[in-house]
Ligand binder design. Structure first.
Ligand code: CO
Length: 167
């Protein structure tokens, strides 16, 4: 199973809006397997298909929870059905190496979609898991952390990329 290339800013694929999956076939299974492998290889807590250059509306997460639980799952065609509260956390992204920014998001969300077997999925999340899900759903809408940053912060990052001074 190949580990996919992770596209990084400013590659234009990251701005593409994902398309709904109509048939959860072998190709999608392969994509999901490859996305897990890529996410784990890169030590990420989430990955959207957009980030590996694929336009299907699919994301995976593997988020550690406070109580030694672990939330590892796939969502196909995610839709936000409820959101409430507000919290701000510093986030990073595999597509923006070295970039960190505080992002305000809903504290609690409910999403629906399908799992990799095509079964209906409803997920209620809060805390870090809610952050990860909203972050990945942004990717599927062509939005990355750079869009959430101030102009100053964005320009500084672009400058650092040009210099190649980031680690
Ligand atoms: Co990301």
């Amino acid at each position: 199973m190949p580990v996919y290339k992770i596209y990084t800013y400013p590659e234009s694929i990251l701005k593409h809006k994902a398309k709904p999956v109509h048939d959860i076939n072998d190709e999608i299974q392969k994509l999901v397997d490859g996305m897990y492998e890529t996410m784990h290889f890169a030590s990420g807590v989430g990955l959207a298909a957009t980030q590996v250059g694929n336009e299907n509306a699919v994301f995976v997460v593997d988020v550690p929870a406070e109580n030694e639980q672990r939330y590892m799952f796939t969502v196909i065609n995610p839709v936000l059905v409820e959101s409430s509260g507000e919290s701000s956390r510093e986030e990073g992204c595999l597509s923006l190496p070295g970039f960190r920014v505080d992002v305000k998001r809903a504290e609690r969300i409910v999403i629906k979609g399908f799992d990799r077997n095509g079964k209906d999925l409803v997920i209620e999340a809060q805390g870090l898991l809610a952050v990860a899900i909203q972050h990945e759903m942004d990717h599927l809408n062509g939005i990355t952390l750079i869009d959430k940053a101030s102009l100053l912060k964005r320009e500084a990052y672009i400058k650092s990329l040009k210099k190649g001074s980031r680690e």
